[in-house]
Design a protein around this ligand. Structure first.
Ligand code: AMP
Length: 194
């Protein structure tokens, strides 16, 4: 079972790499940002509530995110593993997914007692490179002011998860400031070794 969490700041290449790793290991790529953007485009109730937070570069409140993630994880294709991209983004979300994984493990204990499957990968890229990459990407929430705010939110709320996963022995660090192919090769090594 492959269960991988991609940490890493906006612009670190999480989305691109998560898609590639998902293909390699044949498990779904679950991007909370993509799911939210679909809700916004379809003007669902959730999309309408989430939009203002996304436009500002703030995190969408956990009360809106957690059910959305749980729903996705309960779908049949996610039963054999997943690559999470953009979730968790704060300690409350990390605690939530930890409980979900532990519960799943307890339910499947007789199947595979030694399965040490959860692996968190931090893609490291310097801030200056991130800003250049994000400005070049040109997504709706990619203007310079919002980019700087998203980086600030990342440093304040998401970066503490590096220590959270280090404490649990579930952290690998991969240099995200290499070519796309080189990063994928490093990720593959990290996931297989975990
Ligand atoms: P991303 O595509 O991962 O950069 O996400 C785009 C935006 O969606 C973020 O700036 C947040 O506003 C929102 N978002 C995505 N994932 C989460 C999450 N796990 N928790 C809260 N907000 C999120």
């Amino acid at each position: 079972m492959v269960q991988v969490i991609f940490l890493g700041p906006p612009g670190s290449g999480k989305g691109t790499q998560a898609a590639r790793v998902s293909e390699l290991f044949q498990v779904p790529h679950i991007s909370t940002g993509d799911i939210l953007r679909t809700h916004v485009a379809q003007q669902t109730d959730l999309g309408q509530k989430a939009k203002a937070f996304m436009d500002r570069g703030d995190l969408v409140p956990d009360g809106l995110i957690l059910d959305m993630v749980l729903d996705r994880l309960h779908q049949p294709d996610a039963q054999k593993g997943w690559i999470l991209d953009g979730f968790p983004r704060n300690v409350a979300q990390a605690t939530f997914i930890e409980q979900v994984v532990l519960q799943q493990k307890a339910e499947n204990a007789s199947d595979n007692a030694n399965d040490k499957s959860l692996n968190t990968i931090n893609l490291e890229v310097p801030d200056q490179v991130l800003i250049e990459r994000l400005l070049a990407r040109g997504r709706a929430d990619d203007c310079e002011q919002t980019i700087r705010h998203r980086l600030q939110v990342y440093h304040e709320q998401t970066e503490p998860l590096i220590q959270f996963y280090r404490d649990r022995n579930q952290l690998s660090i991969v240099n995200g400031n290499l070519s796309v192919d080189q990063v994928t090769a490093e990720l593959k090594k990290a996931i297989v070794a975990a």
